[in-house]
Ligand binder design. Structure first.
Ligand SMILES: Nc1ncnc2c1ncn2[C@@H]1O[C@H](COP(=O)(O)OP(=O)(O)OP(=O)(O)O)[C@@H](O)[C@H]1O
Length: 290
């Protein structure tokens, strides 16, 4: 099992005498964990994420056990690169260690998943802001990162691509990857993070988990049947907003719609596999998030 990524007494300031943006930060991120970072404008969220991702080094303290396959979506992506979208992704794929063919395949798959296949051969400098953001997201997902760091990565994406990125996050954590993210929308992945930290006064403060799970946004109800003494897989318990026992080995799960694919795959590939009795949208249908 991969060790936790750890920040130990980490501090960062810009310039030799600049004020400390972060100081004395201790943070551990375990495999498979989803961590949200929040805080006021200019509090140091991006600084913390750059340290976690290894884009920037701490001015003091240490960071240990960052996985080799770490990927990062920056808050601002440089779009004026001398590549086409697919060319850039193929290049990044090989930088991330993929063979050329695997990089080309992954580039195509992610452009397709994010709804940007039509722009594959468009020069990066000519992409719209939204398409450019899709490329920024695709480059991070290409090589199945063990640590994925997302700084406002949803900003600028259309509704479908936002949902796809939520699915990709669920896939990463289900596969044992860690995800650390900042998003201005408090509903983003609501109810799913294993921990939330607020950046405040140059430190981080762990936030208490909300007592009431956030059930806003589209959900689906999944009825499943396992062996009579079957325990729901841990990943399924974490992904579901609620799990009501309906009989020996039977459960009615309520799950945020973007995570239903991953939840179903986890159940169907469990040993022994679970039987999925029904999958229905939760009614009354909540308002679609815009
Ligand atoms: N490269 C840099 N050089 C100098 N100062 C910087 C640099 N990057 C960030 N800062 C300063 O560090 C502080 C924290 O910035 P940071 O971008 O980490 O905060 P943030 O919480 O992500 O902000 P926002 O919510 O506005 O994106 C700010 O005062 C900012 O001006």
């Amino acid at each position: 099992m991969r060790p936790d990524l750890c920040l130990r007494n980490a501090g960062r300031r810009y310039g030799l005498r600049g004020p400390w943006v972060l100081r004395g930060v201790d943070l551990a991120v375990a495999p498979g964990r989803l961590v949200r970072v929040e805080g006021a404008n200019g509090s140091g969220k991006s600084t913390l994420l750059r340290l976690v991702a290894g884009i920037d080094a701490p001015s003091e303290g240490r960071i240990t056990a960052r996985p080799a396959r770490t990927a990062y979506v920056p808050e601002r992506f440089p779009p004026a690169l001398p590549f086409t979208a697919a060319g850039y992704l193929r290049h990044l794929g090989t930088v991330h260690g993929l063979a050329r063919e695997a990089a080309a395949r992954a580039a195509g798959e992610w452009l397709e998943r994010l709804g940007a296949a039509a722009y594959a051969e468009t020069p990066m400098a000519r992409l719209s802001k939204g398409s450019s953001q899709k490329v920024a997201v695709a480059q991070a997902l290409l090589a199945e990162p063990e640590l994925l760091v997302l700084d406002e990565a949803w900003t600028g994406l259309d509704t479908e691509a936002r949902a796809e990125l939520e699915r990709a996050v669920a896939e990463r954590t289900a596969a044992g990857g860690s995800v650390v993210f900042v998003d201005h929308d408090p509903r983003r992945l609501a109810g799913l993070p294993d921990a939330t930290y607020a950046v405040r006064d140059a430190g981080i403060v762990r936030q208490e988990p909300s007592q009431v799970p956030d059930t806003s946004g589209p959900h689906v109800l999944v009825e499943v049947q396992g062996p009579p003494d079957g325990r729901l897989p841990e990943d399924v318990r974490r992904t579901a907003t609620s799990a009501e026992e309906t009989g020996p080995g039977g459960y009615r799960l309520c799950v945020p719609a973007p995570h239903s694919d991953v939840l179903l795959r986890t159940l169907l590939t469990a040993r022994p596999p679970w039987h999925v009795v029904s999958v229905t949208p939760r009614t009354p249908a909540p308002q679609r998030q815009r």
